[in-house]
Write a protein that binds this ligand. Structure first.
Ligand code: DTR
Ligand code: CA
Ligand code: ZN
Ligand code: ZN
Length: 300
């Protein structure tokens, strides 16, 4: 069921002549962290989590939606049921661009029941949100259409993103030229992993990190383990970024990335200690900026 809301009337009208390609802006780390602070407060006020079917998830969704509505996005809430509880996806379309060439970025907004889920996956949700808000601030008018999404019930098995893809017509699936996924991008002992699914998307992210002189590794831990999988399964080109979960950082990885060898990338993965204290600011900042770079370059 689609519940469409948002400030369509307030949407910024697409300019008659799209602006020339602008360089991607810096995504302010302070803004991304402010979203994480809000998500932490929401979890604290709702039984300590933001899990599917709980009040903390819907409060998280309402927070993100309000920011996007105020910025001029056309937002849609997609409702579904999983494990006898109601779940929600939030879809935000930036007015303008070629509807037959849609560049999407998304992240799951739900946490596990054991904690606030600030790295998993407040980090991805906040980075995607602030990138969407940067598009609005810039009045960016790319050739392609931009769509952003926040998924429900990922922790139950990619339920929300699978529901979205399953309910797209084949024509609408074909209109998506790429889907970029961010799931855990602020891990406290971070690695810099780039999904190696669609070459053009992978190269765009690698180019960004190369520009910073930061080596990356291909992401192998997560094949099929996050919300890019339902898109990949129907032939949509996908990519994404990941800073690591419960795998252990090797000495070689610590030598190139810093941090601590012999410890997990995120030792609070799926635990109650996944709070705002469980974030590496540098990783969060770099991954948010990398997403903005990819959005600007893939939608031009
Ligand atoms: N499935 C994600 C965490 C996760 C584990 N490995 C990867 C690799 C790529 C992206 C995400 C992940 C979750 O627990 O939400
Ligand atoms: Ca930044
Ligand atoms: Zn998780
Ligand atoms: Zn996750």
């Amino acid at each position: 069921m689609l519940l469409t809301g948002g400030s369509i009337a307030g949407a910024a009208p697409a300019p008659l002549d799209p602006a020339p390609l602008a360089a991607a802006p810096d995504i302010p780390l302070a803004n991304v962290k402010a979203h994480l602070t809000q998500l932490q407060s929401i979890a604290t006020a709702n039984g300590g989590n933001r899990a599917h079917g709980r009040t903390g998830y819907k409060a998280s969704l309402d927070y993100v939606k309000a920011k996007l509505d105020a910025a001029g996005y056309t937002t849609t809430i997609q409702q579904f049921t999983s494990s006898s509880r109601v779940g929600y996806n939030l879809i935000a379309d930036w007015p303008g661009g070629d509807a037959n060439q849609v560049v999407m970025a998304g992240s799951h907004l739900d946490s596990v029941t054991s904690g606030a889920g600030i790295n998993d996956n407040g980090s991805g949700s906040a980075a995607v949100l602030e990138t969407a808000l940067a598009v609005a601030r810039a009045g960016y008018a790319p050739t392609k259409h931009l769509r952003f999404a926040w998924w429900g019930a990922e922790e139950l098995g990619l339920v929300g993103s699978r529901y979205y893809v399953n309910n797209l017509s084949s024509a609408n699936r074909a209109r998506i030229s790429g889907y970029l996924n961010l799931d855990m991008v602020g891990s406290p002992n971070p690695g810099y992993f780039v999904y190696d699914d669609a070459p053009a998307i992978e190269q765009t992210f690698k180019d960004y990190f190369a520009g910073l002189g930061i080596p990356t590794e291909i992401e192998t831990e997560g094949d099929g383990r996050s919300d890019h999988a339902p898109f990949k399964n129907v032939g949509v080109p996908v990519g994404g970024l990941f800073s690591g979960a419960d795998y252990i950082k090797t000495a070689a990885q610590a030598a190139k990335w810093g941090g601590t060898a012999g410890l997990a990338f995120d030792r609070c993965y799926h635990s109650s200690c996944d709070t705002t204290a469980n974030i590496n600011d540098t990783a969060l900042d770099r991954n948010a900026d990398a997403l903005a770079y990819a959005i600007w370059n893939l939608s031009a």
